[in-house]
Design a protein around this ligand. Structure first.
Ligand SMILES: Nc1nc2c(ncn2[C@@H]2O[C@H](COP(=O)(O)OP(=O)(O)O)[C@@H](O)[C@H]2O)c(=O)[nH]1
Ligand SMILES: [Mg+2]
Length: 224
């Protein structure tokens, strides 16, 4: 069954202290209007799961979607829209920055960029901020249907060349309208979640082994 098939709205958060406890989550980031909400809806095969707005910058909250198995998708506030009051802008800069910097259960990011305008200033700032943390970033060049086949190939090649400096950043073409590239996104996100499961299982096994050792020598285990 598809990873995203049973995605259900979980909660909306406007303050970091309200973030839910999750085991593992993958977040969507990108400029406002890049096609983030459309991508979530398309991947989940739903029409209005994430609100698709024609008004840039309407979604300034963090929205959580439950995938089951304690896995979540997170729709982060879009960046780069004009005409917002300074207080609102300051609030989401802080919210976004701290979420990305501090969120333990964040295992990977999907960065959505309009294929016609990739790697804008704010996208590069996002990459420069997140790539050095070692977290995987997968870029969707969205609205690919707006480009000819030839333009798609050329854009993908150019963006790949720009990203060659980062080993944890990958990129693909994507279109919500044409449902182009869905399988690739799903394969990659599933790899991230499965790797996290394996990582947690290994930690649990190590903790169990420690406990067994402690029981065997009759000592109480002291924290390392
Ligand atoms: N042609 C085309 N338009 C799209 C696609 N994805 C999104 N859009 C349009 O781009 C606009 C912004 O999309 P939205 O998903 O709300 O962007 P968000 O602000 O990043 O969440 C809307 O008018 C969408 O209909 C796509 O794959 N192809
Ligand atoms: Mg949106």
């Amino acid at each position: 069954m598809s990873l995203f098939q049973n995605a259900a709205f979980f909660t909306t958060v406007n303050h970091l202290k309200d973030l839910p406890d999750t085991r593992a989550e993958v977040a969507f980031v990108g400029r406002s209007n890049a096609g983030k909400s459309s991508a979530i809806n398309t991947l989940a095969n739903r029409t209005r799961l994430a609100y698709v707005s024609k008004t840039p910058g309407r979604t300034q909250h963090i929205n959580f979607f439950d995938l089951g198995q304690e896995r979540f998708l997170v729709d982060l506030p879009g960046y780069g829209f004009a005409n917002v009051p300074e207080a609102v802008r300051a609030h989401w800069v802080e919210l976004l920055g701290r979420y990305l910097g501090e969120r333990q259960s964040l295992i990977g990011l999907l960065l959505i960029m309009d294929a016609r305008h990739p790697l804008k200033d704010l996208d590069l700032r996002m990459l420069n901020y997140i790539a050095p943390t070692g977290r995987p970033v997968h870029i969707l060049l969205s609205k690919a249907d707006k480009l000819s086949r030839q333009e798609q190939t050329q854009t993908l090649r150019n963006v790949k060349a720009e990203l060659a400096q980062w080993s944890n950043v990958s990129v693909q073409l994507f279109s919500s309208l044409k449902k182009q590239g869905m399988d690739t996104v799903e394969d990659i996100v599933k790899t991230w979640f499965d790797a996290e499961d394996a990582h947690l299982a290994a930690l649990m096994a190590a903790a169990d082994a420690d406990a067994d050792d402690a029981a065997a020598d009759g000592s109480t285990s002291a924290p390392a």
